[in-house]
Ligand binder design. Structure first.
Ligand SMILES: [Zn+2]
Length: 474
């Protein structure tokens, strides 16, 4: 039997607000345990939560960027359950009236455009963290994270492969970082993902029973965990078993998912509207005010790059993955040939950044200095090959390409006479190869090009070398 996979993702994105969602405590990551807590976020009796206005602005901004309907009226609900990292005994979340409904996100997978629908985006508070490692015979609880604002972005079950799931996550992260509402740091847990995975025989309408996967803290792990789960469920059904609805934990070290607990249904949580919080009203004027703060979004920027700079769609996509990268490209392309700029940024600049583990905002080479070098290639002062050497010299030093070319005598040889002289020397040194070439061994042409380039110290203009060689050898 052939099976089809059905995947829906629930992504938790931590908002970049300075303070928590219902109190004034800091949201700073990495502080000493329980140093960022107060009576409100540790759930003392008699305290009252007060909503952080910026959290609403951020979720509305997200909803607009992801094509959602923004509810003019929404409210908070209590999700009741007991856990040591949840001192109140309930989490303030949203249930029947979330801030954002509907919407969709588009992205490319294997050269194909994929569109994934969104069910909703709602706001909630984070829970604390239980610490078990390195503590003997005990567990500790850190409540710094308690009350940090989270958005839960719930997708429709539109995803079919592990690659689509990873690309969907990437696109969400790109959008969230563009609109500056979440730093997207998966290792620090600012972006977390749960995946609902089920399989069904191809052609069947009803969904199979799903397992919910947790604990995947990188794009790679999202794809790997889902891959494993598909194999596990397929095997189980083929062996005559049944998938049970449960929550499973991804173990990255072993590369497997492990059963954690039976999956709860919504009614298990006894949701009811939170009586301590007034409903959220987003007026049309406030909505328009927030819409006005949206930057150019990645898809629009990509399309503009294609039409304005005439670069391929693929280049435009890579260059618009972050706003900072896109800005770097635009500053370079303004001063040099746009396709040449995209080639060098996507190739050499990105390679250096990757080697250094750095982001484009830390790049030591300024767009002005890079375009200075590209200009020398464009006007034939240096060859593309020599440019590789120049690039190495200017990337970290802050020197200009012109200075390096002058200091090292790297100016390209474009004078016909000088190139012919080298060609004649090479031909004289290889009379047998010349004879072979003339008797039909066309492949030897590359050999001659290589010899001439070598003899000129890589400085001969390659196009001229090609033309002149053809002339001399024929
Ligand atoms: Zn607090």
């Amino acid at each position: 039997m052939k099976f089809e996979t059905v995947i829906g993702l629930e992504v938790h994105a931590q908002l970049k607000t300075k303070s928590k969602i219902f109190c004034g405590c800091s949201t700073q990551f990495g502080s000493a345990p329980n140093s960022q807590t107060c009576q409100v976020c540790i759930g003392m009796p008699g305290v009252l939560p007060v909503l952080n206005r910026t959290a609403i602005e951020y979720i509305v901004k997200t909803g607009l960027a992801m094509n959602c309907r923004i509810s003019p009226y929404s409210r908070f609900a209590r999700k009741n359950y007991f856990y040591p990292d949840l001192p109140k005994g309930y989490q303030i979340s949203q249930y029947e009236l979330p801030v954002c409904e509907g919407g969709h996100v588009e992205f490319m997978v294997d050269g194909q455009l994929k569109k994934v629908g969104l069910t909703r985006i709602h706001l909630e508070e984070d829970a604390g963290k239980n610490l078990h490692e390195g503590i003997k015979d005990a567990s500790h609880v850190d409540l710094n994270r308690t009350g940090v604002p989270l958005m839960e972005i719930v997708s429709e079950p539109d995803i079919r492969t592990p690659e689509e799931a990873a690309e969907y996550m990437r696109k969400l992260r790109t959008i969230l970082r563009y609109i500056d509402v979440c730093d997207g740091n998966m290792e620090e847990g600012s972006l977390r993902c749960d995946a609902n995975v089920s399989i069904r025989p191809v052609g069947q309408k009803e969904f199979g029973t799903r397992a919910e996967l947790k604990n995947m803290n990188s794009f790679k792990n999202v794809a790997k965990a889902i891959e494993y789960e598909i194999r596990r469920q397929t095997q189980l059904i083929e062996d005559g078993g049944r998938v049970i609805q449960e929550t499973r934990l991804w173990d990255a070290n072993q590369g497997i998912t492990i059963s954690m607990r039976g999956k709860e249904e919504a009614h298990d949580y006894r949701y009811f509207p939170d009586p301590d919080l007034v409903p959220i009203e987003v007026s049309s004027s406030w909505l328009e005010e927030i819409r006005g703060t949206l930057p150019e979004l990645p898809d629009a920027k990509k399309d503009r790059f294609v039409s304005q700079y005439g670069i391929p769609e693929y280049d435009a996509m890579v260059l618009t993955e972050s706003r900072q990268m896109a800005d770097y490209y635009e500053r370079t392309a303004a001063l040099s040939q746009p396709k040449l700029a995209s080639n060098w940024i996507m190739g050499d600049v990105m390679r250096e950044l990757k080697n250094d583990g750095a982001e484009i905002e830390d790049c030591p080479l300024t767009p002005e200095n890079l375009s200075g070098m590209l200009k020398l290639i464009e006007d034939n002062t240096i060859s593309g090959k020599i440019a590789k050497t120049v690039f190495e010299e200017i990337y970290r030093s802050g020197k200009t390409a012109e200075d390096v070319v002058r200091e090292k005598g790297l100016v390209q040889i474009t004078d016909d006479g000088a190139i012919i002289k080298v060609i004649e020397e090479v031909m004289a040194a290889n009379p047998d190869k010349v004879a072979d070439y003339r008797s039909g061994k066309d492949k030897l042409f590359g050999f001659f090009v290589g010899q001439v380039m070598k003899a000129s110290g890589g400085k001969a203009n390659p196009a001229k070398v090609n033309d002149l060689l053809r002339e001399k050898l024929s």
